[in-house]
Design a protein around this ligand. Structure first.
Ligand code: ZN
Ligand code: ZN
Length: 347
């Protein structure tokens, strides 16, 4: 079968690889119907997050069950499913304590041996361990595209909003207008804030998309003074919640400084290993800080929100391509050309 393999630093290749087979009785084999490139794929390819080459990339997908292991209870061949990007068993000590993102039997799909050695979704078929825990049925009325982001960027956006404890009337500032930042905008809106300010570095089309999804104001940080604009928009009070979906030293600093007294800082963008925060500023404003790896507890709830029409991420899909064009798709996504936000790839 065809699969996009991380060959070496800065190079991916569409190759013929062996089709996966059932290994454990809790496994299923999924035929991938739709996969999409995530910023993490680019981090792996470009070495920002070092992984050993040789594995199939991809962790955001929709598929159809082809084969089930003997202990799988909830799925049968032909079922349409959406999967979690981060695998969890639902039964180990950490899962039972609620820390499914660090499951003892888990890993990240398409992230090499460093993260569990699970081959990814940029391929025709995948083996999914612990299927009963980490897959969800897609309701009939939802299309594959509508369900595509539930197990990764939408969960991450929701997680960031939840960690920021957004309440009605708040001013929320989202730093980073990439797919996760845009998902933070759409999920923040669910909690009826007074204003949602989206800050992006250079791509105006991403800020325009943010407005369509619910941002009340946008700031292009390469042209405007971010802190001064937020100061004005909040009448000098500062923001209630700052969500960092970019992870850069600059955005972390701005997110800390734009907050008012008692603000909440939620960090969802992967920070560099030595990233720092303006501690005195945060300390003197009694800011609460939350951060971490995405928690996939809310996938079911998010599917329901899509079903009810409260969340619609279909505008994020700007490009549709075939698995045969996967190398080209990675190049397009990594270079941010053609106003790309998300690329949906079919076999
Ligand atoms: Zn991802
Ligand atoms: Zn577990």
């Amino acid at each position: 079968m065809k699969a996009l393999v991380f060959e070496e630093l800065n190079r991916v290749k569409l190759k013929d690889v062996a089709k996966p087979v059932l290994v454990n009785e809790t496994d299923v084999i999924v035929k991938v119907k739709l996969t999409t490139i995530c910023g993490s794929d680019v981090h792996f390819m470009q070495g920002h997050v070092p992984i050993t080459p040789g594995h199939t990339l991809g962790h955001e997908y929709v598929g159809e069950i082809e084969q089930v292991g003997s202990a799988v209870k909830d799925f049968k061949p032909g079922d349409r499913v959406v999967g979690a990007s981060v695998l969890f068993c639902g039964q180990c000590e950490r899962c039972l304590a609620g820390h499914i993102y660090r499951c003892l039997n888990g890993g990240v799909f398409g992230a090499g041996p460093e993260y569990g050695g699970l081959n990814g979704s940029h391929s025709e078929y995948m083996r999914i361990p612990h299927a009963d825990a980490s897959l969800l049925h897609i309701p009939d009325e939802l299309s594959d595209e509508q369900a595509l982001f539930v197990g990764d960027i939408l969960s991450t956006g929701y997680f960031a909003t939840e960690k920021g404890s957004v309440i009605p009337g708040d001013t929320v500032v989202v730093f980073g207008a990439g797919p996760v930042g845009l998902c933070a905008v759409i999920t923040a809106k669910l909690f009826s804030p007074k204003q949602i300010i989206l800050v992006g570095r250079k791509d105006e089309f991403r800020l325009e998309m943010g407005k369509k999804l619910g941002a009340t104001h946008t700031i292009l940080s390469s042209k405007e003074d971010v802190l001064e604009t937020i100061h004005k928009l909040t009448g000098g009070e500062g923001a209630d919640v700052a969500i960092d979906a970019a992870g850069s030293e600059t955005t972390l600093h701005q997110a800390s400084c734009c907050l008012g007294i008692g603000g909440r800082l939620s960090i969802a963008g992967l920070p560099g290993p030595t990233a720092s925060l303006p501690m005195f500023e945060l300390f003197s404003k009694n800011v609460r800080i939350e951060m971490g790896l995405v928690d996939l507890h809310h996938m079911k709830r998010l599917l329901k929100l899509i079903q009810s029409g409260q969340v619609d991420l279909s505008p994020l899909i700007t490009h549709r391509m075939k698995l045969d064009q996967m190398e080209e798709a990675m190049e397009l996504f990594a270079s941010r050309k053609e106003n790309v936000i998300k690329v949906a790839i079919t076999p």
